[in-house]
Design a protein around this ligand. Structure first.
Ligand SMILES: NC(=O)c1ccc[n+]([C@@H]2O[C@H](COP(=O)([O-])OP(=O)(O)OC[C@H]3O[C@@H](n4cnc5c(N)ncnc54)[C@H](O)[C@@H]3O)[C@@H](O)[C@H]2O)c1
Ligand SMILES: [Zn+2]
Length: 388
């Protein structure tokens, strides 16, 4: 039986719904043994998508079979299209057909999309059956697999249908991150930087010192990074499971980020890229409102840029941005509550006043246009010496 030493285990303390996050390179091979510790036996519905199934499906099913489980696959499509009520219904159909019972279990093997829809299915099937998160993207390993937010999208908005439903365990194998595309990898780094900004200036400094390791997915850097992010998320969620207070700080970069995602019809940026841009904008807002100094903004933006994330805002109208921000779930009685940085490692939640944000936006766009002009100005051509 695989042992979870304190070095590779983080606990999410939620009373009788507490669970462990195990972080260990190669742990995927031992998934069956690990799950014996959850107290389940019998059938395991492994929810995954074709991309992840091709890479890790066989390995996971073999590990489960070797430990005495009977796994069966439930394949959902790749991408955000799997997060719909239609695909939720298909997962439920598969569970019914397989006659899955209460002591059986669901394993969500994949990124945030798979984890969100599989977790939601687990929460409603037979009024809740055990589920385990096996996240395979950086976003999922440092963020979406921990904390129990599950759900699907509605045509009129993201994550509008869902439930708080905690997994029995989160099993993280950092090794699987090597097959992620460079774009998905870098996008995940935005969420990593977010943790430094909201809660831990020492971690932020560590990230600054290890940019090369972050970019190259260095094996001596990544497990530590994942662990620290999970510790912060576990601590925040443990104190505010349902997001009535402190958990809101996890939304730093997301008010503008979600607005940009929806403005770009979820095609222009992947989630992490939009969050990175959102952090750049929200820090700039905080400076404009006198909440943080210029140094904070420069430090943050520099790190975001160095890891390879985009930082240029598209040309857009203030009203488009403001309206897209209104659709965020974090709007309370019409007020947009936004997480803004005070210092590196310290943020506050502030209601945004439309007029001051409009002024900030104009100043911001003017500066961007000016910078773009300077950038585009052709270099003066060297004069040719005139022949006599
Ligand atoms: N529940 C939460 O608390 C929470 C938090 C953050 C984000 N989310 C949700 O998570 C989703 C985004 O998650 P994501 O960024 O993981 O996207 P994703 O699940 O779509 O995965 C991104 C891509 O990577 C591929 N992939 C996954 N693992 C791979 C691997 N190991 N190697 C190669 N390719 C791999 C996937 O097939 C997909 O094409 C969004 O729907 C967002 O709303 C939820
Ligand atoms: Zn996010």
């Amino acid at each position: 039986m695989m042992t979870a030493s304190p070095a590779n285990r983080v606990q999410v303390a939620l009373g009788d719904r507490s669970y462990d996050i195990l972080i260990q390179p190669g742990i995927l091979n031992q998934l069956g043994q690990v799950l014996q510790g959850v107290g389940c036996s019998g059938r395991v519905g492994v929810v995954t998508n074709p991309v992840v199934n091709k890479l890790y499906g066989i390995e996971v099913c073999r590990a489960l079979t070797q430990a005495g489980f009977s796994p069966f696959l439930i394949i959902v499509p790749d991408g955000e299209q799997a997060k719909t009520v239609q695909w939720l219904a298909k997962i439920l159909d598969a569970l019914v057909i397989q006659r899955v019972e209460r002591q059986d279990m669901i394993v969500a093997l994949g990124g945030g999309v798979t984890g969100d829809v599989a977790g939601f299915a687990a929460s409603v099937y037979l009024r809740g059956i055990p589920f385990v998160q096996v996240p395979t993207t950086l976003v999922a390993q440092v963020d979406s697999s921990v904390g129990g937010k599950t759900g699907v999208n509605h045509p009129s908005g993201k994550n509008l249908i869902g439930a708080f439903y905690q997994p029995r365990m989160v099993v993280i194998d950092p090794r699987v991150l090597h097959t992620l595309s460079p774009r998905q990898w870098i996008a995940g780094l935005a969420e990593v930087i977010k943790y430094g900004m909201i809660a831990d200036k020492r971690f932020f400094a560590f990230l600054e010192e290890h940019v090369e390791g972050l970019r190259t997915r260095a094996e001596d850097v990544i497990p530590h990074v994942i662990r620290r992010c999970c510790e912060i998320k576990a601590e925040v969620v443990g104190g505010d499971e349902r997001e009535v207070g402190r958990r809101r700080i996890l939304n730093y970069g997301h008010t503008v980020g979600h607005a940009l995602e929806s403005w770009g019809h979820y095609k222009k940026w992947v989630h992490g890229e939009a969050v990175g841009l959102g952090m750049v904008q929200e820090a700039s807002m905080a400076q404009y409102l006198g909440i943080c100094s210029k140094d904070v903004v420069e430090c943050q933006d520099d790190l975001i840029k160095r890891v390879g994330l985009p930082i240029m805002m598209p040309k857009m109208k203030f009203l488009d941005l403001w309206q897209a921000m209104q659709h965020d779930k974090k709007v309370v009685k019409g007020d947009i509550h936004c997480v803004l940085p005070r210092r590196i490692g310290d943020v506050c939640v502030v209601p945004l006043v439309r007029e001051s944000i409009r002024k900030w936006f104009l100043v911001q766009q003017q500066a961007a246009t000016k910078a773009a002009k300077v950038f585009r100005k052709p270099a003066s051509r060297p004069r040719l010496a005139r022949k006599k």
